[in-house]
Design a protein around this ligand. Structure first.
Ligand code: ZN
Length: 131
C-alpha cells in the first residue's frame, strides 16, 4: 500500500523547508495553530508541515513509498497510538488513515508531497524512487 512518509528529499527547494522527522517514518496531518491558520509560510510552520507518527516532530516534505504488507488497519493503529501518546483524541485515526490512503493512491511512488494549509500537492517526482 502506498503511504506518505517523512523524507529529506527536495529539502531546501523552499527557503522555509525543515525536516525534524525520522527518514521513512509515517506522517499524518497535524493540527494548524491559530498563528499559522491562514499562512502556510507562517512563523510556526505547522501550516506547511506533516507530523511524524513516531518522532512527533514535523517535516515539510513527504515521500510516497509503497510499504508492502502494510494494511489499512495497521495505518489506523499507527495513527491511533501516536495520537494517544501525545494526549490527543485518537477518535480521528480512522478518518485520517482513509484520507491519507486515498491521497497517496493517486500519486506515483517517488512523489514528494508538500502541504499548503489544507491542500497537499506533489512538489516533485523522484525517479528512480529508491524505496
Ligand atoms: Zn503552528
Amino acid at each position: 500500500m502506498k503511504m506518505l512518509t517523512a523524507t529529506s528529499r527536495t529539502q531546501g527547494q523552499r527557503n522555509n523547508d525543515f525536516d525534524w522527522c525520522i527518514e521513512g517514518e509515517l506522517v499524518h496531518f497535524g493540527l494548524i495553530c491559530a498563528a499559522d491558520r491562514d499562512n502556510p509560510d507562517g512563523h510556526c510552520g505547522c501550516g506547511r508541515s506533516f507530523a511524524g507518527l513516531n518522532s512527533h516532530r514535523a517535516t515539510t516534505t513527504a515521500l510516497v513509498r509503497d510499504l508492502e504488507g502494510f494494511t489499512r488497519d495497521d495505518y489506523i493503529e499507527a495513527i491511533r497510538s501516536s495520537l494517544s501518546q501525545q494526549g490527543w483524541d485518537p477518535g480521528t485515526a480512522e478518518d485520517e488513515a482513509d484520507e491519507l490512503i486515498s491521497m497517496a493512491a493517486e500519486w506515483p511512488v517517488g512523489a514528494v508531497a508538500e502541504r499548503r494549509l489544507n491542500r497537499v500537492v506533489v512538489r516533485m517526482v523522484m525517479i528512480p524512487p529508491n524505496g
